[in-house]
Design a protein around this ligand. Structure first.
Ligand code: MEV
Length: 431
């Protein structure tokens, strides 16, 4: 199997699928799924309420990825042009020197039980701490199969919080954190069930009222990391040498570190990659977004998810990412959605930690692609090329004409439907 399929992007979609099959030996079931619209109405009706239809988005694959020495074809579901092209290009650059290295912590989710408006937080914390062995015993019976799979309770933490917004009465809370290794599940249902199960006992043992019982999406016990090392020469463009490109990428990163306004956009680009993998694999991308962004504010200022620096000794561009990624390969819509199943097979993993690590590498690649474009030609050139294809099609170009009309629109730097119609007329009349 290989993720390196030269000329892949130039093929029409059906031929692309055939080329993917040829290089990766897809099973018949996946081929049938990729040729179909995927989710049936009946299956959709099992997923949410009030279903009337299904909604399609482009399913693409990013190629060229080498992660921890293994070839990976990455399924991505995304509506934005340039995202898949950018990650594939950056993966091609990264593989020259061995690709990405990536890993994830165990899949530990945090659940929160809030003891509301306590008058003596020290005393309540002490009672709660004393009650932990009893809570541990109670928790052990809640998800017995999870323990068989190597997961289960990983501990408790007792926290004291104060609501002290100026001008309002001060309120003290004690919050119990429950840590649960959910193995291959994203874990929302598991941790919420456990929190709700423990709540009456927590209330009984502390004599306090329990308020919220819910997971935290700031899943900072399940961090994923990826890194890559790039020789600047491999970043050169037609107009700029690689050392300058690398320096500009590092400068762009420092801008994001210093400024939340830039960091938000920088991180949006990272999530272009991570979300596309999350959607393709049936994961809850809102949870992943919430956790990843919240983690970026851990030192009090919102910072970039990635880091890009030039190594002073080697001159190489070193990139890394660390974010909480609450991915699962079981549960939720994952079993119900046929395309998700095929995508996991294509990725070659049913391990949630591995999937999250892959997504981290994709996020890093996406960020490199965005920063490289921003540091050199700007992103509009690539975007406008994709946009030109839509304009050509809107002007009535047939699939075999779109390419030529697009080239002319880009050459003229004008992207109106009128211009596309004129180009099309010229083309058809042989002018
Ligand atoms: C666009 O979807 C993402 C970018 O704005 C990210 C960035 O600015 O780093 C290009």
């Amino acid at each position: 199997m290989t993720s390196r399929i030269p000329g892949f992007y130039k093929l029409p979609p059906r031929e692309r699928l055939a080329a993917l099959d040829e290089h990766n030996d897809l099973d018949d079931e996946s081929m049938a799924v990729y040729r179909s619209t995927g989710l049936t109405l009946e299956a959709a009706d099992l997923m949410v309420e009030n279903v009337i239809s299904t909604f399609a988005l482009p399913q693409a694959v990013a190629v060229n990825f080498l992660i921890n020495g293994r070839e990976r074809v990455i399924p991505m579901v995304v509506e934005e042009p340039s995202v898949v092209a950018a990650v594939s290009n950056m993966a091609r650059v990264a593989r020259i020197d061995g690709g990405f290295v990536a890993d994830s912590d165990p899949s530990i989710m945090i659940g929160q039980l809030q003891l509301m408006a306590v008058s003596d937080p020290e005393a309540v914390s002490a009672r709660l701490t004393e009650a932990l062995p009893r809570l541990r015993d109670e928790a052990a019976g809640v998800h017995p199969r999870l323990q068989e799979r190597g997961g289960g309770l990983r501990g408790f933490e007792v926290r004291q919080l104060t609501y002290d917004e100026p001008g309002r009465p001060v309120e003290h809370m004690v919050v119990l954190h429950v840590l649960l290794d959910c193995v291959d599940a994203m874990g929302a249902n598991m941790i919420n069930t456990l929190c709700e199960h423990l709540a009456p006992l927590v209330s009984e043992l502390t004599g306090e009222e329990v308020g919220l019982r819910i997971l935290s999406n700031l899943a900072d016990r399940r961090l994923s990391r990826a890194s890559v090392s790039i020789a600047p020469v491999n970043l050169a463009t037609a107009d700029m040498d690689g050392v300058e490109v690398a320096e500009r990428i590092a400068a762009a990163w420092r801008f994001a570190w210093a400024d939340p306004y830039r960091a938000a956009t920088h991180n949006k680009g990272v999530m272009n990659g991570i979300d596309a993998v999350a959607i393709a694999t049936g994961n809850d991308w809102r949870a992943i977004e919430a956790g990843a962004h919240a983690y970026c504010a851990r030192d009090g200022q919102y910072r970039p998810m990635t880091r890009w620096e030039i190594d002073p000794d080697t001159g190489r561009l070193e990139g890394s990412i660390e974010v909480p990624l609450q991915f699962g390969t079981v549960g939720g819509p994952i079993r119900v959605h046929p395309t998700v199943q095929s995508n996991l097979k294509l990725l070659g993993t049913d391990d949630a930690r591995e999937l999250a690590a892959i997504a981290a590498a994709v996020g890093l690649a996406q960020n490199l692609g965005a920063l490289k474009a921003l540091a050199t030609d700007g992103i509009q050139a690539g975007h406008m090329r994709m946009h030109a294809r839509t304009v050509a099609a809107t002007a009535g170009a047939r699939p075999d004409e779109v390419g030529r009309v697009t080239v002319e629109l880009v050459r003229a730097r004008e992207f109106s439907v009128e211009r596309a119609s004129a180009i099309l007329d010229d083309l058809r009349s042989g002018r």
